[in-house]
Design a protein around this ligand. Structure first.
Ligand code: AMP
Length: 300
């Protein structure tokens, strides 16, 4: 496994691999790797010759007062885990080599970037879209994998990839959870025992709403309210948003009919956590679906 720190070296390798006809799979991360991150590699292993995992805590996707400074960083530990699971290249550049003095360009995905997480984290998604664009140019991947854990991010990047004609296939991998249901997140490390048990309410509230849909409820507002009420039992929990939206446009739904995405964000203590559930109602039957299998408006 090779560790590359310089963007120029990464791009030179990527161009060489392309010339040699190798298929490259990219897994972008901010490090502090857990089993959720590692699962992403399995989604490119089958049809890629070279797996590149990028590790970069991207400063421009953090807002003022967010956790940029204290975000967990452990390049050595991460490299060890990646070596064990058979990663080929780790791309871990410094901030100064990624954003050179004078850089002014940002990538904006209109409408999708301002809603849900974007409403409480202004500038977050243009930071994400900008770094992923740069990674696509530096790593030249054929395939890139993102987790459904960050559903809005995956949907927005899907849109960006199509709108900007990147020759990259985006894959969305399912959420990996602890046995008690908590979605794995690098930020779970901030939680104390009491907060961790309150954090379980996120997943429980989604499951509870699912049962309500299963029992016949189709009114989106009732479902949103149900999730909010469920979450309100957490003493240290403060809701950011709960919404039930169309999985391509992220626009709020009035009634559940076909495919939909139920998603939420909440602070538990000072830690902001997110979770979501993609579902499909057809012929009065409901089932959980993978976001991966919710097709775009047009398939191009
Ligand atoms: P991050 O390091 O938090 O930026 O995450 C890097 C990638 O891992 C993103 O595509 C995330 O959606 C994905 N990811 C994070 N947590 C999980 C999880 N629990 N299950 C699956 N994918 C995840």
């Amino acid at each position: 496994m090779e560790i590359i720190r310089e963007p120029e070296r990464m791009q030179a390798l990527a161009l060489r691999l392309r010339r040699e006809g190798k298929r490259v799979g990219l897994v972008p991360t901010m490090g502090a790797l857990h089993a959720g991150h590692l699962s992403l590699l399995e989604h490119v292993r089958r049809d890629c010759d070279v797996i590149v995992v990028s590790i970069f805590v991207n400063p421009i996707q953090f807002g003022p007062g967010e956790d940029l400074e204290r975000y967990p960083r452990d390049l050595e530990g991460d490299a060890e885990k990646l070596r064990e699971v058979g990663c080929h290249v780790v791309f871990a550049p410094d901030v100064g080599s990624v954003y050179r003095p004078g850089a002014r360009t940002r990538v904006i995905v209109e409408e999708l970037e301002d809603v849900l997480c974007g409403a409480s984290r202004p500038g977050h998604f243009r930071g994400v879209a900008t770094i992923v664009t740069k990674l696509f140019h530096l790593v030249q991947p054929h395939v890139a994998v993102f987790g459904q854990k960050d559903a809005q991010q995956a949907i927005l990047l899907q849109r960006m990839t199509r709108d900007l004609d990147f020759p990259v296939e985006l894959r969305i991998a399912p959420i990996v959870r602890d046995p008690d249901g908590l979605a794995l997140s690098s930020r779970n490390a901030y939680l104390d025992a009491q907060q961790r048990s309150e954090a379980l309410l996120l997943q429980e509230s989604l499951r509870s709403a699912y049962r309500l849909v299963d029992a016949g409820e189709r009114d989106a507002e009732i479902l949103r309210r149900h999730v909010r009420e469920h979450l309100s039992s957490g003493k240290q929990l403060r809701i950011d948003y709960v919404d039930l939206v169309d999985a391509q446009t992220l626009r709020p739904l009035r009634r559940l009919d076909g495919r939909a995405l139920l998603l939420l964000a909440a602070w538990v203590g000072k830690t902001r956590l997110i979770d979501n559930l993609a579902l499909e109602v057809r012929h009065n039957e409901v089932r959980e679906v993978a976001l991966e299998h919710i097709p775009g408006e047009e398939t191009r």
